[in-house]
Design a protein around this ligand. Sequence first.
Ligand SMILES: [Zn+2]
Ligand SMILES: [Zn+2]
Length: 171
Amino acid sequence: MAAQPCWLSSSARPWRQSAGGRLTRATGIRNQSTCRLHHMNTRTATCSCGQLTLIVRGDPIRVSVCHCLACQRRTGSVFGAQARFPRSSVTISGRSTEYVRTGDEGSRVIFSFCPQCGATVHYSVEGYDEGSISVPVGAFADPEFPVPSFSVYEERMHSWISLPAGVEHMA
Ligand SMILES: [Zn+2]
Ligand SMILES: [Zn+2]
């Protein structure tokens, strides 16, 4: 049997979103096992309206939570949770607007958010590990997502938060 073209490398949108927000693979896609590179553990992150999407292949390099006040303000939640992936395993589609925040040590953090609904779907730190990209874990809307291994800025942590056993606590 001849190998079919990989659906991830085609221009077809591999996912569609139901009215309830659930993402399902578009119909007509088959033979997903022929391309090992693309079909290992694929996950999709989207903004609230679904306009900006990001598909990642493979597991994250690092999953962390950050309790800093900037993450609290950006997310509107009481801490940020983010997963870092190699840039080479990420495919982004849709329009985004950038917000640049200068961090404590002068680093520039570039957040890409949907201009329509405002949700941040990815970010990176200029000049630091540019081969990687960070994605807010919530954008995957997946309660089964890998558990964080690092907890950062705990001096800003809300008193009621408890973290998974075995997490590495960092300043
Ligand atoms: Zn959006
Ligand atoms: Zn933070």
